[in-house]
Design a binder for this molecule. Structure first.
Ligand code: FAD
Length: 480
């Protein structure tokens, strides 16, 4: 094999001798994907169609040894490095131009221990893998609401879903992890081994190494749960959202819900007469018995006169897949977020105003009810920043064509800037935009946790090998 040009950490080009690439490839149990391979385009594609990055090499790892070898190759040759779990990061950080991608998506096994109510998921598993294995025993751990999202990126960034107010974030249920650090060691992160690392990967992102295995606490759920999914008329959004806020003020932790402003798509899932109508959607799941859920969440179905109501008891795994089709691979996406200090009338007015201005009918403005178990974990438990906020604003620009990129990105940024006054500026870093204004956003988001994260980064990744992420930079002074 002839030598290979690959992008280095500092923008320059590194020339890897052919024998280095051959030796590396020969020792892999998985597969090395080259630019010349027939399926190169398939392997480099990620969920967000806005991302079109062309790595020089993609390592499709099948075990921790492959990950260790890849980390060593990247470190020793100072290569630009991206890490891929489920490939669903909206900012497309799972791939890079010209560099090396360590892809864990073939490592998707899940093993459940019903006795201890725990599950182990490999670093490339997706939510559907974990839910299916856990629900076989009537168990689940909090994950996100679209089932093909990777558990890795989701957990490392926090993880909010339908069980959040009862059982906390995904990372709150992370008991331990096996992690390959920048120096090529495989470390256990748990309450007893490297507890500082466990603290950091609970919310601190992919900064500290590559997780090959996550161990989660499971909880009894389902198999059926009560799910509310009702659409109210767009003309009554303000009124419905006020009533929703009043409901949330006393809602028990079993209820995790949201209020989403969008437009009814012209699909057979919805009656034809409401296609193209603006809506306020209330979605909610009850982490408890179906009967109790029906009773406790009934008011959410009567906030106003519903346009259509799909609420019903349903298998938990179906709830987890309910929205899958709304987020097709290859569409264009740009999401931002802000923790909100309240949902008072002024905030509601702003949310509705920005929902009315969406350039794409696929876009939504989302208000997630937070609190409950999320706010009962503290600074010592995890790196997660703002746990006190009662609501999270999600600004989802979703559209189909490249020529509409500018208008949609501009809308999301303007909405973010306008609602900033109702927030302390902290963001949910799994809905990150493209990491613009990164340093300031990181400091604001992690608040008092930030300096501790910098110290941890300096300890475990002093050269910032893992930097294509929501990056915490090592302290150069401490490094010397
Ligand atoms: P990837 O793009 O594969 O990875 C993202 C980053 O995570 C990488 O750049 C790397 O830094 C790090 N990483 C990935 N794998 C590893 C690993 N094994 N070890 C170390 N670092 C790793 N979030 C929620 O909280 N709740 C939701 O309900 C929710 N819904 C979503 C729905 C959709 C359709 C999408 C696209 C995203 C959603 N998200 C949600 C956001 C989601 O949590 C993030 O996009 C997350 O980054 C996805 O993880 P991934 O493994 O698929 O990402």
């Amino acid at each position: 094999m002839s030598e290979l040009e690959i992008r280095g950490r500092e923008n320059g080009t590194v020339v890897l001798p052919g024998r280095t690439v051959e030796a590396f490839e020969g020792n892999l149990s998985g597969r090395l994907v080259h630019r010349s391979d027939d399926d190169y385009d398939e392997q480099r594609a990620v969920w967000n169609g806005m991302i079109d990055k062309k790595p020089a090499l993609i390592v499709r790892c099948v075990n921790a040894d492959d990950v260790v070898a890849s980390v060593k190759l990247a470190r020793e040759n100072e290569l630009l490095l991206a890490v891929r779990g489920g490939g669903h990061n909206v900012a497309g950080t799972a791939v890079c131009d010209g560099g090396l991608v360590i892809d864990l998506s073939l490592m998707d096994e899940v093993a459940v221990d019903p006795e201890t109510r725990t599950a182990r998921a490999q670093g490339g598993a997706i939510i559907a893998d974990l839910d299916a294995a856990s629900q076989a025993y009537g168990l689940a751990t909090p994950m996100g609401v679209v089932s093909d999202t990777g558990v890795a990126g989701l957990t490392l960034g926090g993880g909010i879903g339908w069980l959040r107010r009862k059982y906390g974030l995904s990372c709150d249920n992370l008991i331990s992890a096996d992690i390959v650090t920048a120096d090529g060691r495989i470390l256990k992160a748990s309450e007893t081994e490297n507890p500082d690392l466990l603290w950091g990967i609970r919310g601190g992102g992919g900064n500290f190494g590559i997780v090959t295995s996550f161990e989660y606490q499971l909880h009894p759920i389902g198999p059926d749960v009560m799910f509310v999914f009702v659409l109210y008329h767009g003309s009554r959004r303000r009124e419905a959202m006020r009533a929703y806020r009043d409901y949330c003020a006393t809602a028990p932790d079993e209820v995790s819900s949201w209020a989403i402003s969008g437009t009814v798509p012209a699909t057979e899932d919805f009656p034809e007469e409401i296609h193209g109508e603006r809506y306020l959607n209330i979605g909610a799941c009850y982490a408890g018995s179906v009967e109790e859920g029906q009773r406790v969440m009934e008011p959410l179905r009567e906030l106003e006169e519903p346009m259509v109501d799909f609420s019903a008891p349903m298998p938990y795994v179906d709830v987890q897949m309910f929205l899958d089709e709304d987020y097709p691979d290859g569409f264009h996406y740009y999401w931002k977020s802000l923790y909100l200090e309240s949902l008072d009338d002024e905030v509601i007015d702003s949310v509705v105003t920005w929902a009315e201005r969406r350039p794409s009918l696929l876009s939504t403005v989302d208000v997630w009810h937070m609190g409950g178990a999320i706010s009962r974990y503290g600074a010592e438990d995890s790196a997660v920043g703002n746990r006190e906020a009662p609501y999270l604003l999600g600004i989802e620009a979703n559209w189909e064509r490249s020529e509409d990129d500018d208008a949609n990105v501009a809308w999301a940024r303007q909405c973010f800037a306008d609602l900033r006054e109702f927030s302390d500026g902290s963001q949910y870093l799994n809905f990150p935009g493209f990491y613009e204004g990164e340093d300031e956003a990181m400091r604001t988001t992690f608040g008092n946790q930030y300096e501790r994260l910098v110290a941890l980064k300096t300890k475990y990744d002093p050269t910032n090998l893992f930097h294509l992420n929501q990056n915490i930079k090592p302290d150069e002074k401490l490094n010397r």
